[in-house]
Design a protein. Structure first.
Length: 187
């Protein structure tokens, strides 16, 4: 039996084009709009689940990395949009933890699942923005988001991470509903 020695996770080609056209996203609405657009395109192109995320330098709003859900395409349960964006940003910056001076902001089309919420405190992200709620993801798209600590936002705050949810929620919910309507894989 051959054992893999490496793990390679790849964004779809269309997602990389967002990084080539690097521009600033000054407002939280701009940041969330990009995350939701990534989720929408991931559904439209059939390249993964209905989730998108983008990571920005806080002070400038400069786009650092994007991520979309690639669980099925990459046969990897950890290939969630938030994790893809964080891992790619860390790789790009050459740091296993994003530098504090960058005051990095992660915008996610949906509230992080149990896995992503558990990993975020170690990424270096200082602000989390999300659109659809955990309940929206479960009701609109049929995903199991796992159990979150009841005071997860408080725990993030204790670790210096601010959380703002419900941004452009209806737009994010629409992508989830579209995914369900198109019979996308649920896992």
């Amino acid at each position: 039996m051959n054992f893999p020695r490496a793990i390679t996770l790849v964004l779809p080609a269309w997602a990389v084009s967002f990084l080539r056209a690097a521009r600033c996203f000054p407002t939280d609405q701009d940041k969330m709009g990009l995350a939701i657009e990534l989720s929408r395109l991931n559904v439209t192109y059939g390249t993964g689940g209905p989730f998108g995320a983008a990571l920005f330098r806080g002070a400038t709003g400069t786009l650092v990395a994007v991520g979309v859900n690639r669980v099925v395409a990459e046969t990897c349960s950890a290939a969630h949009a938030e994790m893809m964006a964080c891992m790619l940003a860390q790789k790009r910056l050459g740091a296993f933890r994003l530098p504090a001076k960058g005051n990095y902001v992660l915008a996610s089309s949906a509230q992080p699942c149990a896995m992503c919420a558990g990993a975020l405190p170690w990424t270096g992200v200082r602000r989390l923005l999300f659109g659809a709620s955990k309940k929206d993801v479960e009701l609109c798209a049929g995903f199991d988001e796992g159990p979150l600590h009841p005071r997860w936002k408080h725990e993030f705050k204790k670790r210096g991470i601010s959380v703002t949810g419900g941004l452009m929620r209806m737009e994010a919910r629409a992508v989830l509903a579209r995914y369900r309507e198109t019979h996308g894989t649920r896992y």
